[in-house]
Design a binder for this molecule. Structure first.
Ligand SMILES: [Zn+2]
Length: 151
């Protein structure tokens, strides 16, 4: 159920039941949430001169040196949404930029009750209703003239 997923970034969600990364746009299951989500995405290695063309003719451009820098774009295999972009030296491994403590996240959800079944939530709700204070009966008599007298 997409309603149960936790939003991590604009384009990434975690499904607590399966502990899996999902695309927030299309729901595609990217991979295990204990691993780097980038391993489940499509990569497009770009030459920085494509991304940063010269803005004025005859002037120096501001593109990073392509022998020192590659631009790596990551796309969802399900819907082709661009999920992330990195500037990396050629040959550099994928950066593991988001590492979620999944066990702590799931434990916090259990404590907050978000992982409970609907009937469990219903019981808790009913118990709270019984704790609500009741209005004390008001006394109104011929001599009260609209003023309440505490018993
Ligand atoms: Zn997608």
């Amino acid at each position: 159920m997409s309603g149960q997923r936790l939003r991590i970034t604009e384009y990434l969600q975690i499904e607590p039941e399966t502990v899996t990364w999902h695309c927030a746009s299309c729901g595609y299951a990217i991979g295990p949430a204990r691993e780097n989500y980038k391993r489940g995405l499509l990569l497009y290695e770009r030459d920085p001169r494509e991304i940063h063309p010269p803005q004025f003719e005859g002037t120096q451009d501001f593109a990073p040196d392509p022998t020192w820098c590659r631009i790596v774009e990551y796309y969802c295999p399900g819907c082709a949404t661009q999920v992330e972009t990195e500037y990396l030296p050629p040959g550099h491994p994928l950066v593991h930029d988001i590492e979620i403590d999944v066990d702590a996240l799931l434990a916090r959800r259990r404590r907050s009750g978000k992982g409970r079944r609907a009937d469990g939530d219903q019981r808790r709700h009913r118990r709270n209703v019984h704790r609500l204070p009741r209005d004390r009966p008001r006394r109104h008599g011929p001599d009260s003239e609209g003023v309440d007298h505490a018993p």
